[in-house]
Write a protein that binds this ligand. Structure first.
Ligand code: ZN
Length: 129
């Protein structure tokens, strides 16, 4: 069985926004460094989420920085679809809730400002694998 959670910027109701707030009070789309660290030490019994985050960067991300992401221990990747300044960060995170998994994956960007210092998340998918 697959569970999916999708966030887009269109028509977000107040209930949706509450749903996308992590236990530390951060909106998943803004990322949460605490969720990022928590997912690194998460109980292996917790669900594993496949997360994809579309974001726009204020500046182009250097190719070298994109390659550095692949060397990171958690098998995250940043790919660039055809649109300039639009990127997709994908990765897996272990967490009880999809919102924590997403906040943790976006938290990776917050934690690594040498990769991208200014970004706006436009769409998120989290699939419980
Ligand atoms: Zn958090």
């Amino acid at each position: 069985m697959t569970e999916a959670a999708i966030l887009s910027n269109h028509d977000q109701s107040r209930a949706d926004i509450a749903r996308w707030t992590c236990p530390h009070g951060q909106h998943a789309g803004h990322g949460c460094v605490m969720c990022y660290h928590a997912s690194g030490e998460a109980d292996p019994a917790l669900p594993l989420w496949d997360v994809a985050v579309w974001f726009t960067s204020a500046r182009p991300i250097p190719i070298k920085a994109l390659h550095d992401v692949h060397r990171h221990g958690r098998q995250f990747a940043i790919d660039q679809p055809s649109t300039p300044l639009v990127y997709v960060l994908s990765g897996q995170a272990r967490a009880a809730l999809g919102v924590e998994a997403v906040a943790g994956v976006v938290g990776y960007l917050v934690q690594n400002q040498h990769i991208v210092d200014e970004f706006v998340v436009t769409e998120i998918r989290a699939i419980h694998s």
